[in-house]
Design a protein around this ligand. Structure first.
Ligand code: PLP
Length: 358
């Protein structure tokens, strides 16, 4: 017997979602974004399952090495670049293409002697105001990079802050700014994340960078993945470990926030914030017991939650529970907990086994 919480992973759904991205951006190459441990799905499983003519985008050399150790030879981009000089030899050793977003990185590259030239992505800041060269700094940075002996191919990357808003024309303006900067260089360009893949076809250009859509969740507020032909990849599951008949007036869990309004069966599920289930999930958050929706009641504990079983009176210990995934979109739990699907997926903790399904 082991604790019944697990995250099952649907390989077919992951590949289906990649096809959906390719259908929307049929002329572009794909850099599949698998940072944050493949948005919580396991970076090696995600990379191996998607490894068919795509490049990968990760957040660190450590993540990239994990992908290489899974036997992947596809191009890998470091989306935040490298952070210190000691990482540069690893870029060469593992064949990693860093994003170059700041002059200090160029300074380090100018002093590096490479046996094999490094490919890089120059990041232009067109309005996100996070990382990247603003248009006034871009030209000088580009000329310095072109002069670096250790540099092979240079590509251009930009990132949109508002691509999920289909009414916000700044996305197209930012795309044009980047293209104008690139006019005299003719670099390959990548701008579109999942939201732009769906909402802004003119931004697809040479490379698209789908992240959240690959995992089956919608990048657009207010729409579910299903409406966009996406299938949930992760199903977060556990089991009932106790069922008790409680009396009207019985308080449930820490603080006794929930008080039974009548005599009712209350189930205990082996999952909590120690597994990544959000602690701020309020009363009424849906949970599937034997495939039927029931309501979360009481506070989320580290290892357990409690649910009302009035709608499934025959439920008993051992019955299956789904926290999100198939038939219960993670977007719905994100809405209830004031966050986004991205965060819920990538904060499923290490103690939850990922179970792969073909
Ligand atoms: C995370 C990330 C993406 C993917 O974004 P989604 O909204 O998940 O599609 C694309 N580009 C960059 C630079 C990123 O950091």
């Amino acid at each position: 017997m082991t604790r019944p919480v697990q995250a099952t992973l649907d390989a077919q759904a992951l590949r289906h979602n990649l096809l959906t991205a390719k259908k929307h951006a049929s002329k572009s190459r794909v850099m599949a974004i698998i940072k944050a441990n493949g948005y919580g799905h396991g970076i090696q499983w995600t990379a191996k399952t998607l490894n068919d003519g795509v490049a990968f985008g990760v957040a660190s050399v450590e993540e990239a090495i994990a992908v290489r150790e899974a036997g992947i030879t596809a191009p890998i981009c470091l989306l935040e670049g490298f952070f210190e000089a000691s990482e540069i030899p690893l870029l060469e050793q593992y064949g990693l293409a860093p994003v170059i977003h700041d002059e200090y990185q160029i300074g380090l590259l100018e002093r590096y002697v490479a046996a094999t030239p490094l490919n890089v992505w120059i990041k232009v800041d067109t309005g996100m105001h996070r990382i990247g060269f603003t248009p006034d700094r871009f030209m000088k940075a580009m000329l310095r990079l072109e002069d670096c002996k250790c540099i092979g191919r240079i590509r251009l990357m930009a990132h949109f802050p508002n691509a999920d808003n289909t009414f916000d024309s700044t996305t197209m303006e930012q795309c044009r700014v980047a293209q104008e900067l690139n006019a005299s260089f003719g670099l390959e360009q990548s701008m579109a994340n999942s939201a732009a893949i769906f909402n802004w076809p003119e931004t697809h250009l040479d490379w698209v960078r789908p992240g959240i859509m690959l995992y089956g969740a919608s990048p657009n507020a207010g729409s579910a993945g299903k409406q966009l032909d996406l299938k949930p990849v992760m199903t977060f599951r556990s089991k009932l470990i106790a069922v008790h008949q409680r009396k009207q007036g019985d308080p449930i869990g820490y603080g006794g926030d929930y008080v039974c309004s009548r005599d009712m069966p209350v189930g205990v599920v082996a999952v909590g914030y120690g597994d990544g289930y959000p602690r701020n999930a309020p009363k009424g958050t849906p949970v599937l017991v034997k495939g039927k929706p029931v309501s979360l009641i009481g506070r989320v504990s580290m290892d357990m939650i409690t649910v009302s079983l009035r709608k499934v009176p025959d439920a008993k210990p051992g019955d299956p529970v789904v926290l999100w995934g198939k038939r219960l979109p993670v977007e719905e739990i994100a809405n209830r907990t004031n966050t986004i699907a991205y965060e819920l997926l990538c904060r499923v903790t290490d103690r939850v086994p990922r179970i792969e399904q073909e």
